[in-house]
Design a protein around this ligand. Sequence first.
Ligand SMILES: Nc1ncnc2c1ncn2[C@@H]1O[C@H](COP(=O)(O)OP(=O)(O)OP(=O)(O)O)[C@@H](O)[C@H]1O
Ligand SMILES: [Mg+2]
Length: 292
Amino acid sequence: MLNRFQLARLRAFRKAAWVEQRFGGKSEEAAARVLCVASGKGGVGKSVLATNLAVLRAEQGERVLLVDFDAGLANAHLLLGVVPRHDLGHVLKGQASVEEARVEGPAGVSLLSGGVGREILVNPTRRDLDRIFQVLRPLEQDYDLVIIDHGAGMGYATIAHLAATSTLLLVSNHEITALSDAYALYKRAHAVNANIRVGMVFNRVPGESAVDAAWARFRSTSLKFLGHAPELVGWVPADEAVAHSVQTRTPVVQAAQDSAASRAIRQVASWGPIDHARTTRAFYDQARKALR
Ligand SMILES: Nc1ncnc2c1ncn2[C@@H]1O[C@H](COP(=O)(O)OP(=O)(O)OP(=O)(O)O)[C@@H](O)[C@H]1O
Ligand SMILES: [Mg+2]
């Protein structure tokens, strides 16, 4: 006899098979837009940005799901001030359904946590990822926007997502080390997905002149060696209000709405391509295909 998780999976599988047959692989029900937030170097502010963007978009009335795919080292739940009882690791092991793992955060954002210190998610195999994508696929119907917070670097899981997404926010600071790693990720993203739209955000920068210099360097290198460059979406200053909001586990856009960081993040949240971040077929179907 099937348990309820196996039953749910079977139902999702049957539905996907029906959609495949009926619409030739294109699910008309796939509603969510998907935005990946990634960086080459660690600690540059992906999770701060992803959580605050999720909150801002939810405040505007969108149904937002934040997937913390820094699996095994997740911390979006800390930044949102929620305590998930289950995470993607439990989901992958069949110990919880996605419905049980989802928690509601500020402004009604749904969070799926990647779990902390959970071995199974640190180095997921292709099979693990395929299972996670399959389980997440039905959620696309429930949300307007899915924001995916990635771990730093070019891990297999990140690249699989980037191969499928239409839109990526690439986060960096102004330092040469972060820029170099961001360039490597940008190049790789384009190698696996020629149509990807990439917006660059500089975070934790001392001021405009540092951004100008960093952007000029990044842009000219990209144009010279790749023949294209990302768009500059905006920059967020180094701001005490962010550090304070992290400590108090409240997103800065709620804790200090008029801070310089909040104003800058609001500008990033209004980046036009987020409103059009759709692929021709459902994102998680595309991601599963990218694994093959
Ligand atoms: N604009 C900012 N001003 C001041 N401090 C910041 C700013 N952005 C981020 N920080 C600080 O940097 C820390 C790291 O940020 P965050 O966790 O978002 O980075 P990350 O890129 O997600 O890191 P990881 O690669 O480990 O996932 C935060 O805890 C916060 O204290
Ligand atoms: Mg992070």
